[in-house]
Design a protein around this ligand. Structure first.
Ligand code: B12
Ligand code: SF4
Length: 311
């Protein structure tokens, strides 16, 4: 392919991705050697807890061509999830009359939405360049999504282990198209945490055990979504905290431009009111609804319970 054609193709791809609701898109190669080492260390330390799926697929997770033979490039895409009319998280947290719903859970299921949009993008690309091998992923397969997005220039992996984009903090989801096309590669993003460590003490359960190292077994998102058994006693009080505590309190989220906070129609269906005072939140309510509620209850109670850092 001539350079001029490649540049045109890239611009067409970006325009199409924007039209489909993606806030950013980048292309990268498939070398994840360093991240494979981090993954192996994390698994060896048992920090994945009961998430067996994180260990089940061996090196397929860190070697894209083992997951889809012939893969040469990965197209990584970002979709912002700040909900339309979404109130500032801190305001809601401070409002004792409001239930608090994790920002990322306010909209439609991103897995379906993004997979459909990525499939449309791949189909459009096929129209332009002819048939090619590809597969679409959104938190649905053994893929190192953050590492690929970092390498594709979408942002840097913060010390809280989530990807950060300068204009959006971490308020977004990621998705990929694995492809056999030898597309041009973007430059990886540079890291900007510097000496900051604001997110580490902000985590109410101390899940960020070291910069870039999260012990998932202590993360509220894990305790309220992935854990099958009872939440460990010592973490129960803190499990009343929505897991956006870290994302909200992190200095990299503060000052995130209002653009990032502008509603993204893509995920427009907030269900916040459902939980205000719902019986499932009351003490003695059955365990399952307690867990569901734990993932949605406001941080206000945690603040009053004193286990959350004063943000
Ligand atoms: C397992 C998982 C979880 C687990 C464990 C999280 C984790 N850090 O591993 C739990 C259930 C806790 C979780 C929680 C959340 N998750 Co989650 N999760 C995933 C999943 C499926 C795999 C992540 C993974 O590969 N973990 C393996 C470990 C080893 O990776 P890691 O800790 O991130 O470490 C990496 C780097 O930090 C680096 N590293 C590790 N150690 C070191 C040391 C040094 C010195 C250095 C430099 C680097 C380094 O290398 C590692 C590999 O790249 C991805 C989807 C995917 N397939 O990628 C979504 C994903 C990461 N989750 C996502 C989201 C939105 C969340 C939540 C915000 C949801 C919520 N509101 O509760 C929280 C955030 C909690 C947090 N701070 O991470 C998004 C993140 C988007 C973004 N902006 O980055 C993803 C990409 C899903 C998606 N498709 O959008 N998640
Ligand atoms: S709060 Fe600071 S250390 Fe943590 S991810 Fe944000 S910039 Fe990095």
């Amino acid at each position: 392919m001539h350079k001029a054609d490649v540049d045109t193709l890239r611009l067409q791809l970006l325009a199409e991705a924007t039209a489909l609701g993606f806030a950013a898109l980048g292309i990268t190669g498939i070398d994840l050697t360093e991240d494979e080492r981090h993954l192996d260390r994390w698994l060896a330390a048992g920090r994945h807890g009961e998430m067996d799926y994180m260990a089940r697929h061996g090196t397929k997770r860190s070697r894209p061509a083992e997951l889809l033979p012939g893969t040469l490039r990965v197209i990584s895409a970002r979709m912002d999830y700040w909900p339309p009319g979404g109130r500032d998280a801190q305001q809601v947290l401070a409002d004792p009359t409001s239930a608090y719903v994790s920002r990322y859970a306010l909209g439609r299921d991103y897995h379906k939405l993004m997979r459909k949009a990525l499939a449309k993008l791949a189909a459009q690309l096929e129209e332009w360049v002819g048939p090619f091998g590809h597969r679409v992923f959104v938190d649905s397969a053994p893929v190192l999504e953050k590492a690929l997005a970092r390498n594709a220039g979408l942002g840097w992996i913060g010390k809280h282990t989530n990807l950060i984009a300068r204009d959006a903090g971490s308020w977004f989801f990621l998705g990929e198209i694995y492809t056999t096309l030898e597309l041009p590669i973007d430059a990886p993003a540079s890291a900007h945490c510097g000496t900051c460590t604001a997110c580490i003490p902000a985590c109410p359960t101390g899940a960020i055990v070291a910069p870039w190292q999260l012990d998932a077994r202590r993360c509220i998102s894990y305790l309220t979504i992935e854990l099958h058994g009872p939440i460990p006693e010592e973490l129960r009080r803190c499990s009343a905290i929505a897991s956006t505590a870290v994302t909200t309190a992190s200095s990299c989220a503060r000052g995130t431009s209002s653009r990032a906070r502008r509603a993204t129609p893509t995920f427009a269906r907030a269900t916040r009111s459902t939980h205000r005072g719902s019986p499932s939140c009351s003490p003695g309510a059955p365990r399952t609804s307690m867990r569901a509620c734990a993932a949605r209850r406001s941080t206000a109670s945690a603040t009053s319970a004193g286990c959350a850092t004063s943000r």
